[in-house]
Write a protein that binds this ligand. Structure first.
Ligand code: RIB
Length: 312
């Protein structure tokens, strides 16, 4: 299964801290910091590779040390990096992540830098490799996201979209032939005005999102509650699996990648959602973005150890 991801690549500067300083306060933490490869697109492209797909990544990084580190990681993981541009005059994207030790919740500021330099020609060449599906998010220029979606639709390549980060100004009504659209709770609220706090609100939000994007499937990520799957006017909550949370960074990117890959394999969205919940659970159990993404064997072991029947 060949999946083309057209999206962002960042180096994440992760600060693990006990508390957030107030405005004007200097707080000396006993936490730690690290640099971990991240970026919503790269996290998903890596998740595809680790879960057994043939992963092609179209993106842009700077000609700098962070760019070198990211590309060598992708190569080691078997990702096709032929369509990643190296920019002379723009640095690699950077995300500053503040991770609260207690709650495992994060706050992220993204400096897109080279991510805004992805060119249409790169996208065309990557699509010429005839992938089985195209995967996108909204962390790059919206004209490239729209261009990719329209080109993929022209070529009848199925389109899978993770809604993060929410971009309310994106021309969703121009989209065609989208198979999956998947926001998290925050993105759902920004895009629909509905916070998916219970089953009825999930149905209302999914109806709106499905009308807005004309996607065949809408899956709302509900964090610790699992996810809500909506297909053909029918909705269902698929509960998460309990796990000790260490860091939620990249959990959504990994979840949507797992959902996409498993759906492409089995064409059953319930089964795909159960598989994706396992991918998400394993991702939150470890620190960092790329460092927390599970392999296919780890997901299979989790499913079997927990006695989960994903076909049920
Ligand atoms: O979704 C998590 C990602 O968001 C991080 O890896 C960071 O780079 C930002 O893009």
């Amino acid at each position: 299964m060949k999946i083309l991801t057209v999206s962002s690549a960042n180096m994440d500067f992760v600060m693990q801290t006990g508390k957030m300083p107030a405005s004007g306060e200097t707080y000396i933490t006993d936490g730690s910091y690290s640099y971990v490869p991240g970026g919503k697109g790269a996290n998903s492209a890596l998740a595809f590779a680790r879960l057994g797909a043939d992963s092609v990544f179209c993106s842009a990084v700077g000609k700098d040390a962070n760019g070198d580190a990211l590309i060598s990681l992708y190569e080691r993981e078997g990702i096709d990096v032929s369509f990643i541009k190296r920019c002379e005059d723009t640095p690699t994207g950077l995300a500053a992540i503040i991770l609260e030790k207690e709650s495992a919740a994060n706050r992220i500021i993204v400096f897109p830098a080279a991510n805004h330099r992805i060119a249409k020609e790169q996208v065309i060449s990557a699509l010429d490799t005839e992938p089985d599906a195209v995967f996108m998010q909204f962390e790059i220029n919206s004209d490239i996201t729209l261009f990719t979606a329209l080109e993929a639709a022209k070529r009848n390549i199925p389109i899978f979209m993770d809604a993060g980060p929410a971009d309310p100004s994106f021309p969703y009504s121009s989209l065609e032939k989208v198979t999956l659209f998947s926001p998290n709770e925050t993105e759902c609220e920004i895009l629909t005005g509905i916070s998916p706090d219970n089953f009825d609100l999930c149905v209302k939000a999914a109806e709106k999102l499905s009308e807005m994007t004309r996607a065949k499937l809408v899956v709302i990520k509900l964090g610790g509650r699992g996810c809500f799957v909506y297909e053909n006017g029918h909705g269902e909550e698929i509960p998460s699996y309990p796990i000790k949370k260490v860091d939620t960074t990249a959990a959504g990117d990994a979840f949507t990648a797992g959902l996409t890959l498993e759906y492409l394999r089995c064409k059953n969205i319930r089964r795909a959602a159960k598989y994706a919940n396992a991918v998400g659970a394993l991702t939150v159990s470890k620190l960092g973005a790329s460092s927390s993404l599970p392999t296919a064997d780890e997901v299979d072991a989790f499913i079997s150890e927990r006695g989960i029947d994903i076909n049920e």
